[in-house]
Design a protein around this ligand. Structure first.
Ligand code: 13P
Length: 342
C-alpha cells in the first residue's frame, strides 16, 4: 500500500465511535513502580504475563481500537506462543509503539523538560513496523512552575513533537502527538488552561511547518484540571467546559481524534470528565476519546496481584473500565453504571 493509504487505513481503524486506546507502554522503571504496591517483581517474564493478560481480556475489542506497547512487548508472546502484537491484530486492535526515550532537563533552561529519541528514529520505526506496529507515541512533558514552561520550553518541545510526527508519517506510521501538562503543583484550573493553550498553539504551528498531515495524527493531550495541590478542584462539568474551550482555540478540525491521557486522575474521574465533554459538547469537530494508562489499569493491577488465579478477575476489571470509557466516549456514562453487574 502507498504511504498515504496506509496512514488512512490505520487512522480509520484507530478512530471509531465508542472506542479508545489502551496505553500499556510503561517503560521498565515505570512498570516497576506500578508493580511495587502489589508486590510483583519487575522481571521480563512478569511484564509478559501482565501484558498477555491485558491483550487477551475477553470483549475489550468492543471498546479498545488500539494499544500502545513498550519496545520489549513487541518481541514477547502470549502463553500459546502467539506474538503479543499479533494477539491484538487478530482481534482487530491496532498495535502501536512508544518510540520516545524519555525526558530530561532542557539544557540552559531551568525547569523545562525535553524528550529524547529522534536519532535513528526512522530505522527503529522500520523495525517496529516489521514486528506489527502501525502507530507510534511520543510524549513531551511540561511542568507548571512560576516561570515554566518558558517560551523556549514551549517552542523546543513543539519542534520535537513535529519532527517525530513527520518521521512517522514519512514511514507510514500514524503518530500520536502527546503533550502532557502535568498535574503536579498547586496551580489553578485557569493557569493550566493558559499553559495548555500556549503549548497546543505552538504544537500545531510546528506541525504545519513540518508538513505533517493533521488528518493522519491523533492528539493525546491532558485534560485541563487544577494542580493536585490546589485547594479548589473543579468538577467534571467545569473541566469539560474549560478543556473544550482550549481545544477549540487550538486544534484544527482536520484532526480526526483527541484521545486524552489520564495523568493521575482516578479511573472514575477520568471517565466522568470524558463523559461530561461528550455529553455537553456533542458538536465538536473531533472524536473525543481516551488513551488512558493508569485510569484503565489501576483496577486491573489491584485485582491481579501477580497471581494466576486472579487473571480472569483482572480481565473483567479491564473490560469494565473499557466499557465505561466507551460509554463516556458516546456521552452515555452514568455514575450508577460503576456498580452494575457487581
Ligand atoms: P496515563 O493515562 O497513566 O497518564 O498514561 C498515559 C500515557 O500513555 C502517558 O504517556
Amino acid at each position: 500500500m502507498a504511504t498515504q493509504e496506509t496512514l488512512e487505513a490505520t487512522i480509520r481503524q484507530m478512530v471509531q465511535p465508542g472506542k479508545g486506546i489502551l496505553a500499556a507502554d510503561e517503560s521498565s522503571p515505570t512498570i516497576a513502580k506500578r508493580f511495587a504496591p502489589i508486590g510483583v517483581e519487575s522481571t521480563a517474564e512478569n511484564h509478559r504475563a501482565y501484558r498477555a493478560l491485558l491483550f487477551s481480556a475477553p470483549g475489550i475489542e468492543d471498546f479498545i481500537s488500539g494499544v500502545i506497547e513498550f519496545e520489549e512487548t513487541l518481541s514477547q508472546s502470549a502463553d500459546d506462543g502467539t506474538p503479543l502484537p499479533e494477539v491484538l491484530a487478530r482481534r482487530g486492535i491496532v498495535p502501536g509503539i512508544k518510540v520516545d526515550k524519555g525526558k530530561g532537563p532542557l539544557a540552559l533552561s531551568p525547569g523545562d523538560l525535553i524528550t529524547y529519541g529522534l536519532d535513528g528514529l526512522a530505522e527503529r520505526l522500520q523495525q517496529y513496523q516489521q514486528r506489527g506496529a502501525r502507530f507510534a507515541k511520543w510524549r513531551e512533558v511540561y511542568a507548571i512552575r512560576e516561570h515554566n514552561p518558558s517560551p523556549l520550553g514551549i517552542s523546543a518541545n513543539a519542534e520535537m513533537l513535529a519532527r517525530y510526527a513527520a518521521v512517522c508519517q514519512a514511514q507510514g506510521i500514524v503518530p500520536i502527538v502527546e503533550p502532557e501538562v502535568l498535574m503536579d503543583g498547586d496551580h489553578t484550573l485557569a493557569r493550566c488552561a493558559k499553559v495548555t493553550e500556549a503549548v497546543q498553539k505552538a504544537i500545531f504551528d510546528a506541525l504545519h511547518r513540518h508538513h505533517v498531515a493533521l488528518e493522519h495524527i491523533v492528539l493525546k493531550p491532558n485534560m485541563v484540571v487544577a494542580g493536585k495541590g490546589c485547594a479548589e478542584q473543579a468538577g467534571a462539568d467545569a473541566v469539560a467546559e474549560t478543556t473544550v474551550r482550549v481545544l477549540r482555540r487550538c486544534v484544527p478540525a482536520a484532526v480526526p481524534s483527541i484521545n486524552f491521557l489520564s495523568g493521575g486522575l482516578s479511573p472514575m474521574q477520568a471517565t466522568a470528565n470524558l463523559n461530561a465533554m461528550n455529553a455537553g459538547f456533542p458538536d465538536v469537530p473531533w472524536l473525543l476519546s481516551f488513551s488512558y494508562g493508569r485510569a484503565l489499569q489501576q483496577p486491573v493491577l489491584q485485582a491481579w496481584q501477580g497471581k494466576a488465579e486472579n487473571v480472569a478477575a483482572a480481565q473483567r476489571a479491564l473490560l469494565k473500565r473499557a466499557r465505561l470509557n466507551g460509554a463516556a466516549q458516546r456521552g452515555e456514562y452514568r455514575a450508577d453504571m460503576e456498580s452494575e453487574g457487581e
